[in-house]
Each structure stands twice: as structure tokens, then as C-alpha cells.
Design a protein around this ligand. Structure first.
Ligand code: GDP
Ligand code: ZN
Length: 354
């Protein structure tokens, strides 16, 4: 049950102290005004924060959709009390009105940055979404929608590839079902994705296409509220037919409105400053003496997840450099020319069939 929801050996290790206390792991499927729905080894349960947790935790530490919690089931009831939240990775946050930050979604593996191939494709905006994704620690991928409306898919894909450092770029038409398999492949069983993008770019259409027939069956939960009425809530963490997971919450949708107006490198300015303090200028930050990065990780001054995310970005950049050599570029171009030709041929055929 929880394997489906992305439970891993790493999480299992982090969970050991809670397991010793008789607690169960539970992933947040829905979070609504202090009420939670969890996927646990015993099945789905409704849950609330325990008094002790409420007392000890700051509001920013309250679980959000995608979080893994440690909960205590109430005997004989399909209910549980949430005692703790496991360390977060792939965390999306937004600024709150009081100047703090608020968690929006946790344990996100893949961030699909959605933009439309029609007239208002905005590279600057895409760059900001990319920055948000790198900041979270999730792997970004760009999905360019409405390919069926675009006469020069190939040119735009190349333009986006050179902007979206370290992210794979996909062109799709949700309307025609074109390119969707490549997007599905980004979300194999147990991996959690989110969609980021401005209103109108085709996020809902894409979600529905990914969900396919499973849409009605998986999206809604019927629940009896305190007065015995049936209420219907939307699931925020949805299992896709292929086994991947999609996290789709109102908070996540609003995240696009928040201006993450920093360049990708500015996000890691603190990490780069640390790396500059290592004793050796070519420090690999693995086991060299006098490594400021390792020291900061050990002190807890540098977040492990952020560090991994930085390393990942560096690797992507190195790959991009290699790709910048003319031969590799030619190869990229050849692949894309082939793909767009095939796509155009498909469109022509479709028009003929009409
Ligand atoms: P959201 O606001 O990002 O969720 O965008 P929607 O999914 O509601 O889509 C906005 C509009 O774009 C709708 O009218 C969709 O029918 C249309 N749309 C979405 N995907 C495609 C596509 O692949 N091709 C075409 N031609 N239209 C699309
Ligand atoms: Zn170092």
C-alpha cells in the first residue's frame, strides 16, 4: 500500500525511531483545514494532528500534501493521530503574508514546468519556474503544450532547451495525445510529480490526459463528516494509471503567481560561497581535509537536500557544456528534426483523414 505511494528504504531508515514507538508511516493525500487523509500500511485513514504535535510544531512544520508522517492509529477506528513529520525533500514553499515561508507540497521528485507553444511562450517566466524547481530539490522537466497549434515546434524547443538549463524539454499536444508517453515516462511507479505553470497553459488538460480513464475513480473521496453527511473532497495526491503520482493542490497552482525572480545561480549563492571557503580550491567536497561544505553539512548549517540539488545542477551544467560541442549539438538537432518531421507528418495525415 505505501510502496505505491513512494515509500523507500531511505524513508524506512528515517522512520526507525518512530517504528520503535509503535507508530505507522502515512503519506498525506489530502490536507484540509487541519484534517488529513493518509495512505498508511493499514489503508487510508482520516487523521488529525496530535495535541503534542500541535504544541511543539511551528505552523510551517504542519504536514502538507505529499508529506510523510508518523501516526498512531486509534484502535477500532479508521482514524489516526499525527505525531511527527519526516524530514522533507522536494519541498515547495511560498512566502506567507507575514514574511515567513509556508510549505506547499513535499516529497516531490519531478517538477513539470508547463508552458504553451502558442503565441505567449515566455522564456523569462519559464526561467522563474525553473528556479522554483531547483530550489525545491525536485528534478525539473519542461513540458511545452499545444504543439498542434504551433508551426515551428522545433525552433521553440531549441530556444527553450538553451534557457532551461539542466531540464529535459518535451513538446506535447494533450488534445492529440501526442508526446504524452514521454511525459508519462517521467513518472514511473512511486515517483511524485507536480505541474507548475501559468493559468491557461493546459495544466488541467494535461492532468486529465495523464489520468485517462482513472480520473473519476481516483480523484474523489467520499467521507462522512462529523454530522454524518457525505462530503466529497478532491484528492491532492493522485495515483496515475502507470503507477506514478501527481500532486495537484490549489496551493501548488498558486505558486506560479509567486515571483521567484532570482536566476538559477543566485539560488545557490550561499552554497557557492561555502564551497569557496574550502582549503583546496579544487575540493570535491567528499573527504578532503578543511572542506567547508562537509563541515556545514555536519553542523546542519547546510541542508542535505539542498546540497544534493546543487550537485545535481552542477552535473547537468557539465553535461550541457559537453553538449555545446558542435558534434553533440548536431546530433541533438538531428534528433529533433526527425521528431518534428514525424510529428508534422502525423498532423498532415490527420488532416487528410478528416
Ligand atoms: P490550465 O489553466 O493550465 O489548467 O489550462 P487548461 O487545461 O484549462 O487549458 C486551457 C485551454 O487550452 C483550454 O481551452 C484547453 O482546451 C486548451 N488546451 C489545453 N491543451 C491543449 C492542446 O494540447 N492543444 C490545444 N489546441 N489546446 C489545448
Ligand atoms: Zn570542500
Amino acid at each position: 500500500m505505501i510502496d505505491q505511494y513512494g515509500w523507500s528504504e531511505r524513508l524506512q531508515r528515517q522512520f526507525e525511531p518512530y517504528a520503535a514507538d509503535g507508530l505507522l508511516p502515512g503519506r498525506v493525500i489530502v490536507q484540509q483545514r487541519g484534517l488529513y487523509r493518509l495512505a498508511t500500511p493499514l489503508g487510508e485513514v482520516s487523521a488529525e494532528l496530535s495535541g503534542r504535535f500541535l504544541h511543539a510544531a511551528a505552523p510551517g512544520e504542519h504536514p502538507v500534501a505529499g508529506d510523510w508522517t508518523a501516526c498512531l492509529p486509534r484502535p477500532g477506528e479508521a482514524r489516526a493521530d499525527i505525531r511527527a513529520v519526516l524530514p522533507r525533500e522536494g519541498l515547495f514553499q511560498r512566502k506567507d503574508p507575514l514574511g515567513g515561508v509556508q510549505a506547499v507540497a513535499a516529497h516531490v521528485d519531478v517538477a513539470l514546468l508547463v508552458a504553451s507553444l502558442n503565441a505567449d511562450l515566455n522564456l523569462r517566466r519559464l526561467e522563474r519556474y525553473l528556479a522554483l524547481a531547483w530550489q525545491s530539490g525536485a528534478q525539473p522537466a519542461v513540458v511545452l503544450t499545444k504543439a498542434d497549434l504551433c508551426p515551428n515546434v522545433e525552433d521553440l524547443v531549441l530556444a527553450v532547451e538553451s534557457t532551461a538549463v539542466g531540464a529535459e524539454v518535451f513538446a506535447v499536444s494533450a488534445l492529440e495525445g501526442e508526446g504524452l508517453d514521454a511525459v508519462r515516462a517521467l513518472l514511473p511507479p512511486g515517483r511524485t510529480g507536480v505541474l507548475l505553470g501559468s493559468s491557461g497553459v493546459g495544466k488541467s488538460t494535461l492532468v486529465n490526459a495523464l489520468l485517462g480513464e482513472a480520473r473519476m475513480a481516483t480523484r474523489e473521496i467520499r467521507e462522512d463528516d462529523a454530522r454524518g453527511r457525505h462530503t466529497t473532497t478532491h484528492r491532492e495526491l493522485v495515483l496515475l494509471p502507470g503507477g506514478g503520482l501527481l500532486l495537484d493542490t490549489p496551493g501548488m497552482r498558486e505558486l506560479g503567481l509567486w515571483d521567484a525572480d532570482e536566476g538559477v545561480s543566485a539560488i545557490f549563492a550561499d552554497v557557492e560561497a561555502l564551497a569557496g571557503q574550502c582549503r583546496f580550491s579544487d575540493c570535491s567536497h567528499e573527504r578532503e581535509p578543511g572542506c567547508a561544505v562537509r563541515a556545514a553539512l555536519e553542523r546542519g548549517a547546510l541542508d542535505e537536500g539542498r546540497w544534493r540539488s546543487y550537485v545535481k545542477l552542477q552535473r547537468e551544467l557539465a553535461w550541457l557544456d559537453r553538449r555545446d560541442d558542435p558534434l553533440a549539438r548536431q546530433e541533438q538537432r538531428r534528433i529533433w528534426t526527425h521528431r518534428t518531421k514525424a510529428f508534422r507528418a502525423h498532423l498532415k495525415q490527420r488532416d487528410r483523414d478528416r
